[in-house]
Design a protein around this ligand. Structure first.
Ligand code: IVH
Length: 671
């Protein structure tokens, strides 16, 4: 292909891929299979690799993340990014309309557009002649940070505006919200918890934290989403109404909210508000109210703004899921691994129908950051699926008599010594027989995703330990009905049920059993990875730290924790006892004879549908193995997004190369 033809094809492919991105992300109705998309993507990548001078940061191939920045540069917004005034009742909404009428000197009602108020991070994207140029955060409304590189990694951000229906303007500053969907937020926090990393307290913080990363590769992995809902300045287009503007956005390929609705009466407004509030928990993102915007742009202009809020729009907030309350005490709570977690005991408050009286403060470092003291008045938030969280201290209410919390040097439950771990962030009770630890270990052991002992929750686990009936998880299996009948409020039926549930759990799966053991840093995911690698528990017991670190997803910290667990005398004794009761099978063991038996795989580049770990697990479940070093012995090279030099090497060795989709087919095709 000559240079001219290559350039033409590159441009064509970029357009085609952009269109399919648009169909997929904006319209939610793809026209081609993932396979076909991959084929086009690969063709473009290959051509770009052959003609590096035609590279373009806006190419669909460039979304996986550019080089890290040293720091963000500042961007001044040409039109300030305003905030919204709030209403909290129908009456206050009425006052907002009255104010508009007063200001315009007339009586009546106007067309409004209702939009879910998204709880994310405000951003502005600048498109010049339809090309994405620069993106920034809202910042203080006047100046934000240049996060162009990071915005490029969000697949719903088009690099080019589409021209199918309306010509693209010379310039437009499009505004919207970068959000993290709840499911991605929960997944991210689960992974962070497994790795012992600090958690994000809500999807908004997670979205902000992910967008404000100097390394765009991290942002790329976070699966952020965006919804556009406003414009700054623009040139070369006119909008009469807000709905018309949203329609243009959508046609240009900018994702808008499908729930946006034109509303013509006050009744419509209140009904819409109630509808969105009802569906609040079912929406994929956090939403804390509804924004109502006057539809006519001419009226918006006449109304203008007052103290950084437009007079023509309002955020009508749902009943708060935050409340102010007092910290009555801060107590250390001993978890199953002995780690002491500071917990705030709160003056009970009702938040969105739930009575909240305690909230974890996570660890000393989180506590220091928020500087929460006993006696403080604090704001507590209960987000949709998220546990209650102390958001901040109300500084104005400080009297000076508040008492900072300090970790005790003796365990509050058993009196043993407390040791400090990791730069004074974590504190741990060294006594593994500490009743608090035992209770938590039993509860953890019995939970559904572990040994699944129905009915054995916090309450009975606590009682069994307090009454001296159970000393460790192994002693559960020796229990007889008579042993527990003496417990207050434990009747014949309940006792039998509990015993039956315990006995049923004797047939267990290895991965669940490993998770049930409660090894520090070993969550469900790591437990599965281990069950894939080690056929039986004895093999895992014998593994060295080095063996463990060879496994993808297991770093030095996790390896050390697993190794320590199996090299602690008490744990070995416990395991011995447990093994005499349990019949453990490994669902992944058959994998050793799976249809990929003996086949070696190598991965290069990023996968989209699953993580490297998951891909590896799939291979291993079916009897194959994954290696890092390329050689003739490798059977398949799976080339994901932005493959590295391994792909070239694979080609020169004449190895079989698979796209992600071909790989998925191969794995799933068991015949
Ligand atoms: S319009 C002039 N629409 O709420 C109006 N904002 O308190 C500018 N927000 O900074 C904003 N959802 O980050 C608008 N549908 C929506 C919104 C929305 C969330 C955020 C936005 C803004 C803040 C205002």
């Amino acid at each position: 292909m000559n240079l001219h033809a290559a350039e033409k094809r590159i441009n064509e492919l970029r357009k085609i891929l952009d269109r399919h991105n648009y169909l997929y992300y904006v319209l939610d109705s793809p026209e081609i299979s993932d396979d076909e998309y991959d084929r086009l993507f690969r063709e473009l990548k290959d051509l770009e690799a052959q003609h590096p001078h035609l590279s373009d940061p806006n190419s669909p191939t460039q979304r996986v993340g550019a080089k890290p920045l040293e720091k963000f540069s500042q961007i001044k917004h040409t039109v300030p990014m305003l905030s919204l005034d709030n209403a909290f009742s129908n009456e206050e909404f009425g006052q907002f309309v009255d104010r508009i009428n007063r200001f315009l000197g007339r009586e009546g009602f106007y067309d409004f557009v209702g939009e879910p108020k998204l709880d994310g991070l405000g951003v502005e994207l600048v498109y010049e002649n339809g090309v994405f140029k620069v993106g920034s955060t809202r910042g203080d409304g006047y100046t934000g940070e240049d996060v162009t590189q990071n915005l490029r990694t969000i697949k719903a951000v088009p690099m080019y505006l589409r021209e199918a229906q309306y010509p693209v303007p010379k310039m437009i500053e499009v505004r919207g919200e970068v959000i993290m969907n709840k499911k991605d937020f929960l997944g991210l926090n689960t992974r962070r918890e497994e790795q012992g990393e600090p958690l994000f307290s809500n999807p908004r913080n997670a979205a902000a934290g992910s967008l404000r990363q100097l390394d765009p590769k991290i942002t790329a992995r976070r699966n952020l989403d965006i919804i556009l809902y406003a414009a700054g300045s623009y040139d070369g287009v006119e909008f009469k109404t807000h709905t018309q503007m949203l329609e243009h956005f959508k046609a240009w390929g900018l994702r808008t909210n499908p729930h946006n609705t034109l509303l013509k009466t006050k009744e419509d407004i209140f009904e819409y508000f109630a509808d969105i509030e009802r569906m609040r928990d079912k929406l994929p993102y956090e939403c804390d109210g509804v924004v109502f915007k006057l539809n006519a742009i001419s009226l918006q202009r006449s109304l203008g703004e007052v103290s950084r809020n437009p007079r023509w729009a309002i955020a009508y907030k749902f009943k708060p899921r935050t409340a102010m309350t007092k910290v009555l005490d801060i107590v250390p709570q001993v978890g199953r691994t002995g780690i002491l977690t500071p917990v705030a005991l709160l003056e009970p408050v009702n938040i969105g129908g739930a009575r909240i009286q305690r909230s974890t403060l996570h660890n000393q470092s989180e506590l220091n950051k928020k500087d929460i003291r006993i006696g403080d008045t604090v704001v507590v938030e209960r987000a949709g699926d998220v546990i209650p969280e102390v958001v901040r201290v109300v500084q104005e209410k400080r009297t000076g008599r508040e008492i900072p919390f300090t970790m005790p040097d003796k365990c509050p439950v058993c009196g043993s010594r407390i040791e400090k771990l990791e730069d004074d962030i974590f504190y741990r009770c060294i006594n593994i027989s500490c009743p608090a630890q035992v209770k938590e270990r039993i509860r953890h052991f019995a939970q559904r995703s572990a040994m699944d002992i129905e009915g054995l929750g916090e309450k009975w686990a606590g009682t069994l330990v307090d009454e001296g009936i159970v000393q460790d998880v192994a002693s559960l299996y020796a229990l007889k009905k008579e042993d527990i009948l003496s417990i207050e409020r434990m009747g014949e039926v309940l006792a039998q049920k509990l015993i039956d549930a315990i006995q049923r759990s004797r047939d267990a799966q290895l991965d669940r059993f490993i998770f049930a053991l409660g090894i520090l840093h070993v969550g469900e995911h790591i437990a599965k990875t281990l069950a894939l690698k080690f056929k039986i528990i004895d093999d895992l017991e014998k593994a060295t730290k080095e063996d463990l670190q060879q496994i993808e997803g297991i770093g030095p910290e996790i390896a050390e924790s697993i190794h320590d667990f199996f090299h602690t005398k008490e744990n070995r004794i416990l395991l011995g006892k447990l093994m005499s009761f349990l019949n453990i099978t490994n669902p992944y063991e058959g994998a050793v004879a799976g249809h990929l038996k003996g086949m070696r795989f190598i991965f290069t580049g990023g996968l989209t549908a699953l993580s490297r770990d998951q891909a590896k697990q799939l291979v291993e479940q079916n009897g194959g193995s994954v290696t890092e070093s390329i050689s003739k012995k490798v059977d398949y090279v799976v080339a994901g997004d932005q493959p590295g030099s391994k792909l070239d090497k694979a080609r020169s060795l004449g190895l079989k190369i698979l796209s992600e989709n071909e790989f998925m087919k191969l794995v799933q095709d068991k015949e």
